[in-house]
Design a protein around this ligand. Structure first.
Ligand code: BGC
Length: 775
């Protein structure tokens, strides 16, 4: 695992006024693992535990829910009474200093041993100030900005009474049907690992000092392999070789552990036959013994109870299995409080193991400084000062702009210039709530800027901006009902779809350019939101076709939480801007890009397929014995008859208003011995009249080895700013570790033979050089 090369990059960003103050601080960040409990902590906890009854110890393993967000079938009952009896270790789903203080007071002044609560919440991409969904954050390829975003979210959460956030979500995902791809960083283990570290340090602080009132404890999720759910259907089985796990899916979890993440959440899914929450190999052998994780493990929502549906036994049995696997805290299911005492009595669970779980939960509270200040510095005055402060909104706008990906731009349709009359059309144009995206925590739709509003704000009063809805986001009654039930507040126009389209066409005819804001509503991605058809839902494509027929330039602005299939759009739109769900400042940020106030620099971190039948589709695939070389009549090759193998938009792809050209990579050596590294240099030139940022990407292929290896793997990248016309040599150092992989015996090795180095603007458009690793 490599260390992020943040130093030079952060310094550059600071110099450009882009990375901000925090980037400079983070440049010093070293991936420090969680320190082992020191003697003082151990003594304090031992002394406390000596006073605890077995029941109180089990109480520490109990995490209950109050408030509104419920993602499972169970709701916690009699919470206050249980807290007072010492039967609750933590609470999730509530915030505000008043609510947090009330709960904490109950625990510290009315329970026998005065043990404070850990207070958790799903702070996934911002807390009050909502940032782009994580898939969008990843598209910034901007680690200081991501760290800054996580810190901002943590600061707000902490000021709002939360001390434990359920983020980062680092599940590698290659199947866009899975709704939760929106919550992660995409398909790449290297990029995912860098982002995982940046987020842990954003939340916990660069040295993991969680006693500071503006730091919170992070919770790494979902351990493990949840992103490989079969058929992209949520909660589904995962089954994969250990080699694939170690090389492709586990690196981001490991990186977060190495960065010192304080807690881990077990995932819902089955892993090679043993559901994660009962999987001792995963929770103990791998996480604790191999990776030396020193924090605590909580389950996902009612995941222990769900072991029964997985077929592992009744409540008592699954309680035993989960605790013995290495689970410390039971989220909402109350399986431990109901069964562990009996498990211990019957000898299926050792008291020593219950004690260990209790100790780990208490250690987390200690690390947060809650035994000194259970309120973690909260006050209403502080909340008022911190939450949604103007500087945070400005940061959010900046981060959101960086997350936008320009997928197409024919004839420089964008940025819009000298346009006096714009028709804004589409079901997502005037939808602040959808801008917040799924898992938008305590985000307030009333504070979010819609794309229509953003366009008006940035265009200024001389530009005429008309708006028409054009189509419903979906026509599927069942989906509408489900989304509304989960707070989607869909605004469904009851008029016939054709009438809505006709109205939009009439508006388009009067304008010089059409900006069509289409995609998914926020509830169409996220948990339990898998889709089998990943094209534009409802009649939105018909709307685009009708708009195209007007002959006006058609700018498609996409709001969505997953790669979509966009063949017609790619063929016919004048320009396409992928905006994900951009958060509180989405509208302003999108308008900044549309009007060229900001030059787009985002790149996709998940492959966009041509059609859904291609999934799972990812850039770092293997070659097969019969790779298809693109010759139409090449028969017995690994290919489809009806669609090319390659995607619509490859991993790492994204355009700019600037144009960049790349030279061939040059290597400092073409032969190296074991343990040696080499430098790769590539010249990148901005050949346009405009300053712009570019993500220079470095891939490697291990051509010969004892195992088949991917055709390319991202090993490094640099996001650089090049002035108009500027040419720069960009250098990377390839470390000996960059050449290593887990072989069939799961040994981390670099094998002699040829390696190809590829550099370029995305995973497809690369130029190559090669070197040999000798014995
Ligand atoms: C989700 C988690 C989340 C938890 C608590 C679960 O349903 O899978 O990601 O952190 O609920 O809300």
């Amino acid at each position: 695992m490599k260390h992020p090369k943040t130093l030079a990059k952060a310094a550059l960003l600071v110099a450009l006024g882009l990375g901000g103050h925090r980037a400079a601080a983070q440049a010093q960040t070293v991936a420090t693992a969680l320190p082992p409990p020191d003697a003082k902590m151990q003594q304090f906890i031992s002394k406390l535990m000596q006073q605890m009854t077995p029941e109180e110890k089990i109480g520490q393993l109990n995490l209950v829910s109050v408030g509104f967000t419920v993602t499972g079938p169970v709701v916690s009952q009699d919470v206050d009474a249980k807290i007072k009896k010492g039967l609750v270790g933590g609470v999730l789903n509530t915030f505000t200093p008043v609510a947090a203080r009330k709960l904490q007071e109950m625990a510290v002044s009315q329970s026998r041993l005065h043990i404070p609560l850990i207070l958790g919440f799903d702070v996934i991409h911002g807390h009050r100030t909502i940032l782009p969904i994580p898939l969008g954050l990843a598209a910034t390829w901007d680690l200081p900005a991501i760290e800054r975003g996580a810190h901002l979210a943590g600061q707000e959460a902490a000021a709002d009474g939360i001390n434990w956030v359920y983020s980062p979500m680092v599940d590698i995902a290659r199947d866009p049907r899975w709704g939760r791809v929106a919550e992660g960083a995409g398909e790449d283990p290297y990029l995912g690992s860098q982002i995982a570290k940046a987020m842990v340090h954003g939340y916990q602080g660069p040295t993991n000092d969680m006693t500071r009132p503006d730091n919170v404890m992070a919770c790494l999720k979902h351990f493990a392999l949840y992103g490989a759910a079969e058929a992209g259907r949520d909660y589904n089985t995962t089954d994969m070789s250990r080699q694939r796990m170690y090389n492709e899916y586990l690196p981001p979890y490991k990186a977060a552990v190495e960065a010192g993440v304080g807690s881990v959440m077990s995932s819902f899914n089955d892993v090679n036959g043993i559901p994660a929450t009962a999987n001792k190999w995963l929770m103990t052998d791998l996480l604790r013994r191999q990776w030396n994780f020193l924090g605590f493990v909580a389950t996902d929502y009612t995941a222990i109870n769900e072991l029964s549906a997985h077929g592992l036994g009744d409540d008592k049995k699954v309680s035993e299995l989960a605790l013995n696997a290495g689970i410390d805290m039971d989220m909402v299911g109350e399986i431990f409080v109901r069964n562990l005492a009996q498990n211990v009595k019957e000898g299926t669970v050792k008291q020593a193991d219950v004690d260990l779980a209790c100790r780990r939960v208490l250690e987390a509270k200690y690390r947060l400084g809650l035994f000194q200040d259970p309120y973690h510095g909260i006050s209403e005055a502080r909340a008022k000062e911190v939450l949604m402060q103007p500087a945070f909104l400005q940061t959010a706008r900046d981060i959101t702009r960086r997350s936008l990906v320009l997928l197409k731009n024919d004839n420089q349709t964008l940025p819009l210039k000298n346009t006096a009359n714009i028709a804004v059309v589409g079901p997502l144009a005037d939808r602040p709530i959808d801008m917040l995206g799924n898992w938008s925590a305590a985000g307030d739709a009333k504070q979010a800027v819609s794309i229509l509003q953003g366009i008006k704000n940035v265009a200024g009063s001389t530009v005429r901006v008309s708006y028409s809805h054009g189509a419903n986001v979906t026509e599927d009654a069942q989906m509408i009902a489900r989304l509304n039930e989960h707070g989607g507040q869909l605004n469904i126009d009851p008029r016939p779809a054709d009438a809505q389209i006709a109205e939009a066409v009439a508006a388009a005819q009067k304008a010089e350019v059409v900006v069509a804001v289409v995609g998914e509503s926020q509830g169409m991605t996220g948990e339990a939101a898998s889709r089998a058809d990943i094209g534009l839902p409802g009649r939105q494509l018909d709307l685009l076709k009708a708009l195209k027929a007007t002959g006006k330039p058609l700018v498609v602005v996409l709001c969505n939480g997953r790669p979509l299939t966009l063949p017609w759009e790619n063929e016919n739109a004048s320009a396409i801007l992928e905006t994900w769900f951009g958060g509180t400042q989405a509208g302003n940020a999108v308008a900044d890009v549309l009007f060229g106030v900001y030059n787009p620099s985002g790149k996709i971190t998940m492959t966009f397929p041509r059609m859904v039948g291609q999934v799972p589709i990812y850039y770092n695939h293997k070659n097969t014995g019969r790779p298809y070389g693109g010759v139409a009549l090449d028969k017995y090759k690994s290919r489809y008859l009806d669609v090319p193998n390659d995607p619509l938009y490859p991993f790492g792809y994204g355009l700019s208003y600037s144009t960049f050209t790349y030279g061939k990579p040059s290597l400092s050596k073409t032969s190296l011995g074991q343990g040696q590294g080499l430098d790769v240099t590539v010249t990148v030139q901005n050949t346009s009249q405009r300053d712009g940022e570019e993500v220079v990407q470095l891939y490697l292929r291990d051509v010969v080895g004892s195992s088949s290896r991917p055709v390319q793997e991202l090993k490094n990248f640099q996001k650089i700013l090049l002035k108009a016309g500027e040419s720069r040599q960009v250098s990377f150092h390839l470390n000996p570790d960059d050449l290593k992989f887990y072989n069939d015996d799961l040994k981390w090795v670099a094998e002699p033979g040829e390696f190809e180095v590829m550099t370029g603007s995305n995973s497809r458009d690369v130029q190559k050089a090669s070197f040999t690793l000798t014995k």
